[in-house]
Write a protein that binds this ligand. Structure first.
Ligand code: F6P
Length: 254
């Protein structure tokens, strides 16, 4: 903590909380846009906060993305995590396998010596196929576990970057751009005001569920995500934000 004080991180956290009007933020040193190891530091900070909040037997829903992959990588076993069950937050969002919530969920559980359940729902489904799949007992059971989670941990992305990474069809891409989306989190796209302007259709956690989840942790850093973080946090002032100095400084306008 003395080190964090010397680096001015405590002050930066206070300034960021005020600027974003959110209750809790953690800022790690560095800018993950410039140095990849900073993502791991966010991962380490996130894991520490998860362990403070989790109790044996809890269900944790985890999202995908490279930042969440870093959280999984930094996970370690802990008595607090005994019997914790990891589940993906939502079904397929068009990510490559290494960035999918299923992959990250399994890896995190393995590192935590915990348990996991996966969600096998393809990305592009017709309405009928979708409706019958969510009635499948095996899928239904995992969806119920997701609904019962005590914690959600997720990333935040820049909207157009995410839409491109997911190879979003042109018509949807047009909508995302025309409606000025700047942020993306678990399949929802938000404008600068924090309003939802587009949504990827999939199963699992929906935005409306979040206020009912006891602990929600958002992990996102890098100066390039400043706008996205600001927009998304308007929507989630009660979430804990784990970020880095690069994003924090851009946000407080240094
Ligand atoms: O697609 C999953 C997801 O968590 C998105 O909701 C989010 O915008 C993105 O990944 C963040 O990815 P990264 O951490 O690689 O920037």
């Amino acid at each position: 903590d003395l080190m964090r004080e010397a680096l001015g991180l405590k002050e930066l956290e206070a300034a960021l909380k005020e600027r974003l009007r959110v209750g809790r933020v953690v800022v790690v040193a560095g800018d993950s846009d410039r140095f990849p190891w900073v993502k791991k530091e966010m991962g380490r900070a996130c894991v520490a906060r998860m362990k403070e909040r989790l109790q044996p037997g809890d269900v944790v829903a985890v999202a995908g993305g490279t930042t969440m992959a870093a959280v999984a990588e930094m996970m370690t076993p802990d008595p607090q995590l005994s019997g914790v069950l990891f589940v993906p937050a939502r079904g397929g969002l068009g990510e490559d396998v290494e960035n999918q919530a299923n992959t990250i969920c399994a890896k995190m559980a393995e590192k935590a010596a915990g348990r996991y359940r996966l969600l096998h729902v393809p990305d592009q489904l017709s309405d009928e196929a979708y409706a019958s799949l969510v009635e499948e007992p095996a899928v239904k059971e995992v969806l119920e576990l997701i609904q019962s989670c005590r914690m959600v941990v997720h990333g935040i992305g820049e909207a157009v970057t995410m839409a491109k990474r997911r190879r979003t069809p042109p018509s949807e891409m047009e909508n995302i751009i025309a409606r000025h989306a700047v942020a993306e989190a678990f399949g929802y796209y938000f404008n600068e005001q924090g309003d939802v302007v587009h949504k990827v259709k999939t199963v699992g956690i929906q935005l409306e569920h979040l206020p009912h989840v006891e602990h929600v942790i958002a992990v996102a850093g890098g100066a390039s995500k400043a706008k996205a973080i600001r927009a998304y946090m308007k929507r989630a002032p009660h979430s804990l934000l784990v970020t880095d100095e690069g994003a924090a400084k851009a946000l407080v306008g240094e």
